[in-house]
Design a protein around this ligand. Structure first.
Ligand code: F6R
Length: 364
């Protein structure tokens, strides 16, 4: 049941800390802080190329995975939505491997892509939440997300669980390829293991996001901006807001603004920015400043280090805990999902059963 929560989605949002912790426990040794992966169907030290495919939010988790795996392990990664990948007949690398990401393990397009990739000689690894699912059975190996059943149609805790697995994989691949010193690995896993605590603190203080939701609920259009591994989280924020509040939202890479979307900037279009301190901070902040200079109402998620610079022009600055940039996508996923939830509650939509949507899409 829903317990004391109003909706399954609210209950599931509050499970982020436990789910991230339980999933990491499968793949990170707490004592040594080393990633320990089960046997894989390919050798990460030798694989020439990976294909990541999925649908919806699971695909957005896969996109973050691409940033992590390419950045840390230096394996070329192709990422595409399953409904495109399966019909565009992509050339597949000899000896290549594929990652399929799915909560249900039954999504028709992702399952068809799995079959196509297998037939094309790729070794397949499924990141799934349901162990008896078709994808778990048909892939060469599966890694489980430990999210428990997800009832709300909009994916929440399964998404951060997918990210937790993909981050562990990126670290494991990097080590296998001799690209990660043990101290560096311990630093990254420590940053991951701190996330459940940070997530719990974020969820405890519900008022900040509720206040932001009051600003966003009257809007007809909303922009979400981020760079690097936070760009897919901007897409996730926009997807979730569309899906459950029926407000039109777009996620953009912040650097792409001046190539078109900046024309939308108007006081009626809130700009939600993901802008933590780190190597991309200055670039993102300057894109946001341009939006503010054109009358945009910038509402930024950052940390204590980034806040002073953003306060000079942003209407709202929300400080999240300061984390290693590697884990920032997992942390930022939580407030953007919470925001969508609170906006939907204000709008009175059917949060757990949004119109026209099904939990598991078993037809293409
Ligand atoms: C968005 C959402 C969907 C799913 C997508 C894939 O909130 O829930 O976009 O992520 O339908 O579903 P699975 O992960 O079951 O393959």
């Amino acid at each position: 049941g829903k317990g004391n929560y109003r909706h399954f989605m609210e209950k599931e949002l509050h499970e982020h800390p436990v789910v991230i912790g339980e999933t990491l426990r499968q793949y990170v040794e707490p004592a040594t802080r080393a990633v320990a992966l089960p046997p894989l169907p390919f050798d990460p030290a030798a694989v020439p190329r990976l294909t990541v495919t999925a649908c919806g939010s699971a695909f957005l988790a896969g996109l973050v995975g691409r940033y992590w795996i390419e950045g840390l392990a230096r394996i070329p990664v192709e990422a595409d939505i399953a409904s495109e990948l399966r019909y565009r007949d992509p050339p597949l690398a000899e000896g290549g491997a594929a990652l399929l990401v799915s909560q249900s393990g039954e999504t028709a397009d992702t399952l068809a892509a799995l079959r196509l990739l297998k037939a094309g000689g790729q070794r397949t690894l499924a990141v799934v939440n349901v162990d008896e699912s078709s994808m778990a059975r048909e892939s060469d190996a599966r890694l489980l997300t430990v999210a428990g059943p997800e009832i709300g149609v909009a994916s929440t805790k399964a998404f951060t669980a997918q990210l937790s697995v993909l981050a562990s994989l990126a670290i494991g691949f990097a080590r296998a390829r001799g690209r990660l010193a043990p101290e560096e690995e311990a630093r990254l896993t420590a940053a991951l293991l701190e996330l459940p605590g940070h997530a719990a603190a974020l969820l405890e203080d519900g008022r900040t996001i509720q206040a932001l939701a009051q600003e966003v609920a009257p809007a007809r259009d909303v922009l979400f901006l981020g760079r690097g591994n936070l760009y897919p989280i901007a897409l996730e924020g926009a997807l979730k807001l569309k899906e459950i509040s029926y407000i039109h939202a777009e996620g953009y890479a912040a650097g792409e603004m001046k190539h078109g979307p900046i024309a939308l900037i108007d006081p009626a279009v809130p700009v939600i920015a993901l802008c933590p301190s780190g190597p991309l901070f200055e670039k993102t902040a300057s894109n946001l400043q341009e939006a503010a200079a054109r009358g945009g109402r910038v509402m930024a998620f950052t940390d204590a280090e980034g806040a002073p610079a953003l306060r000079r022009f942003a209407e709202r600055v929300i400080e999240l805990p300061r984390v290693d940039p590697f884990v920032a996508p997992i942390l930022h996923a939580i407030p953007v999902q919470l925001l969508a939830y609170h906006v939907a509650v204000l709008k009175g939509t059917d949060v757990d059963q949004p119109r026209n949507l099904a939990k598991s899409v078993t037809v293409e």
